[in-house]
Design a protein around this ligand. Structure first.
Ligand code: AMP
Length: 121
């Protein structure tokens, strides 16, 4: 899948639309999900153009991958989520229910977030 420059997170990265920012560095931008599914619901995205976690793992440089996950660690610590824990989710593709085609990690916490997924039918 080719990267779509017009996806909403690309527009947020370019500053064309606003976000409720919680963290930014060279490798990652984090902001509050507009439709939170937990008391704390943050999206962390790489600053580079990657469609999914799969695309990120294949094409990102070692520096970008390290920088991204170092930012994840900083953010969950800053948000106090390391104490009681949190859930991270990267929805991918059609079966994963991915809506925005720019890799993003959902960070959900601030209280118990419930069962991981419904049981397989
Ligand atoms: P996914 O289904 O994994 O692609 O998740 C996309 C997420 O982006 C959803 O949880 C949306 O609520 C969230 N979202 C969509 N537009 C915005 C926006 N402008 N600012 C913050 N979150 C957004």
């Amino acid at each position: 899948m080719n990267y779509d420059n017009q996806n909403i997170f690309a527009k947020i990265l370019r500053g064309e639309i606003p976000c409720d920012k919680v963290y930014e560095d060279e490798y990652a931008l984090a902001f509050k999900d507009i439709d939170p599914k937990a008391p704390v619901h943050i999206l962390i995205i790489p600053t580079g153009r990657y469609v999914s976690i799969d695309d990120f793992g294949k094409r990102a440089s070692v520096e970008e991958v390290a920088g991204f996950f170092a930012a994840v660690a900083k953010i969950v610590n800053e948000q106090g989520l390391n104490k009681n824990g949190f859930r991270s989710i990267a929805n991918t593709g059609v079966d994963g229910g991915q809506e925005v085609p720019h890799f993003h990690l959902h960070i959900l916490g601030g209280g118990p977030v419930g069962p991981m997924v419904s049981k397989a039918g």
